[in-house]
Structure formats: structure tokens, C-alpha cells
Design a protein around this ligand. Structure first.
Ligand code: SAM
Length: 273
């Protein structure tokens, strides 16, 4: 079996004691891309050494990042902007919402999209859907130039604030998101796993507060991450913690929606920093 440079370095963290079978590895112009599998989690996507998702539990993350904001809007979303999400999992969940008329997805790294289409296609939604437009682009540059009040929902399904996603955690980016959202729109963004990256959540939360009157935190228990992942949700009108519509997935439902907004005390302490 080929021995990749990363095999000894990264694998012990992700094998969870199971043997790991490498599937694909590439250093793209933006990040180090790795796909491999083990008996416990199935196939993994790992970028710059951080697990993005595994076959076994990716639905928890993708249902949360789509249905929590979509259910909280006064009227169902029609125009959606997705930044990141090169694996297509967010597109798959958005396509279950019949009122959505258009989805524009901006993924900066076409190598991620190509590798996921080849080795993880079951995760992805249907890119032949006429509602879906996919572009290779930097989400931060796009929103800086996009017209105001265009989208009902913006989903920032990005990597952690290292590499190409650093620009997606700035005050300027959040102010541009607020500008391109319609008055009753909202946005959601993954804010990493506080257990392992405690600085991301308070940084994203306080910077988003400079652009949105209402910024809330929610969480999802994704087992492969080793602890819960945080999201921030920004709205120009009111709280998102009560669902206005009832969507049901493998993980998500209206009761889970409300429970997602109950965050641990130590996360609240992180915000006081
Ligand atoms: N959906 C997965 C999960 O469950 O966490 C992971 C997210 S997806 C793989 C993260 C994507 O964000 C990557 O494909 C990365 O290339 C993309 N990305 C990072 N910075 C970006 C930017 N500035 N504009 C657009 N896409 C970006």
C-alpha cells in the first residue's frame, strides 16, 4: 500500500483505532486535500488536517446548517446563496425545500468539488437541477460586489479560519452578507468545534454582531468531530430559535431545532472573553 507523507502524521488522530485506507490525496492551490476511509466512519474528507465530514454522520451537520435557518424565516426561502460546501451536502438538503427557486453556490477550490464528485458523490445533491448554479469563486469577493437585498438565506459552509476561509470570518464579510440579504433574511456559518478551536466561536460571534442586530449560537452533535460543532446565525429581525415551519430529516426536527440553541455554560463563558 502506498505510504503518503501524511499517513503517519494525521492518521492516528482519525483512525479511531481502525485501520485507514487512503483513497485520494492532493495539495491544491488552496489547501491539502485528503480522502480516506475506515471501518468505523466510512469515507472522510479532510482539509488541511481537519475532518470536514464522514459518510456516517455528515447528515447531522448538513441538516442543521440548512433547516435551522430555513425553518426560522418568516416565509420560506426562495433565493439562497451557498459559500463553500464543495462536497454538495448542503445542496442536497436545500433541494428538499420545495419553495426554493434558486441556489447559487460559490466554492473556491475546484479540486474539492472534483474529488468529492468522484469519491463521495452520494453525499452531494443533484447539480443537474436547473435551480442550482455552481461557480468556482471566492465567496468574500463575490458578496463585496453583489447587489443589496438579493438573498433570503446565505449559508457559509466553509472550512475553519485558516487558509482560504480566513476572509469569511471578518467584520467586512459579515457586513457584506447583511447587505446582500433581504430585510427579513438570515445567514448561518459553521464556527468550528469550541473544544479544539476555542478562539473561533467568540471571534465569529463578536464580529458578526457588528453587522447583525441578532446573532445566535447553535450546536450539533457530530460524533466524528469528537465534540459538538458550533454555528452562528445572524438575522436582521428576530430570534431564530423557534421554528416557523416543521421540516423533518434523519436528525433534524422542530424539537431538535429548539434544543440546538441551548448552548453549554462554558461556551457562554467563551463569549465573555
Ligand atoms: N460540508 C462540510 C462539513 O460537513 O463541514 C465541509 C465544508 S466544505 C468541504 C468547506 C469548503 O469551503 C471547502 O471546500 C473550501 O474550499 C471552501 N472555502 C473555503 N474558503 C472559501 C472561500 N473564501 N470562498 C468559497 N469557498 C471557500
Amino acid at each position: 500500500m502506498t505510504r503518503y507523507w501524511w499517513f503517519e502524521k494525521i492518521t492516528p488522530h482519525y483512525s479511531h483505532g481502525y485501520n485507514v485506507i487512503p483513497i485520494y490525496e492532493k495539495r491544491t492551490p488552496y489547501q491539502h486535500l485528503l480522502i480516506y476511509k475506515n471501518e468505523l466512519w466510512g469515507r472522510f474528507l479532510v482539509l488541511d488536517g481537519i475532518t470536514q465530514f464522514t459518510e456516517k454522520d455528515e447528515f447531522i451537520y448538513h441538516e442543521t446548517i440548512v433547516f435551522c435557518p430555513a425553518a426560522s424565516l418568516e416565509t420560506p426561502p426562495e433565493k439562497v446563496l451557498v459559500i463553500g460546501g464543495g462536497d454538495g451536502g448542503v445542496i442536497r438538503e436545500l433541494q428538499k425545500i420545495s419553495e426554493i427557486k434558486s441556489i447559487l453556490q460559490l466554492e473556491i477550490d475546484q479540486e474539492v468539488f472534483k474529488a468529492c464528485q468522484k469519491y463521495l458523490r452520494e453525499i452531494a445533491g443533484d447539480y443537474s437541477d436547473p435551480r442550482v448554479e455552481f461557480r468556482i469563486a471566492d465567496g468574500a469577493k463575490f458578496v463585496a460586489e453583489a447587489p443589496a437585498e438579493t438573498y433570503d438565506l446565505v449559508i457559509v459552509d466553509c472550512t475553519d479560519p485558516i487558509g482560504p476561509a480566513v476572509v469569511l470570518y471578518t467584520e467586512e464579510f459579515y457586513k457584506n452578507i447583511a447587505r446582500v440579504l433581504k430585510p427579513k433574511g438570515c445567514f448561518i456559518q459553521q464556527a468550528s468545534i469550541p473544544r479544539f478551536f476555542p478562539e473561533t466561536l467568540p471571534m465569529a460571534y463578536h464580529r458578526a454582531q457588528k453587522a447583525f442586530p441578532v446573532v445566535e449560537i447553535l450546536r450539533a452533535p457530530v460524533p466524528c468531530y469528537g465534540d459538538e460543532i458550533a454555528f452562528i446565525l445572524g438575522s436582521k429581525t428576530d430570534s431564530a430559535c423557534k421554528p416557523r415551519r416543521s421540516y423533518h430529516g434523519k436528525f433534524y426536527n422542530p424539537a431538535v431545532h429548539q434544543a440546538s440553541f441551548a448552548i453549554p455554560s462554558w461556551w457562554q463563558d467563551l463569549l465573555k472573553q
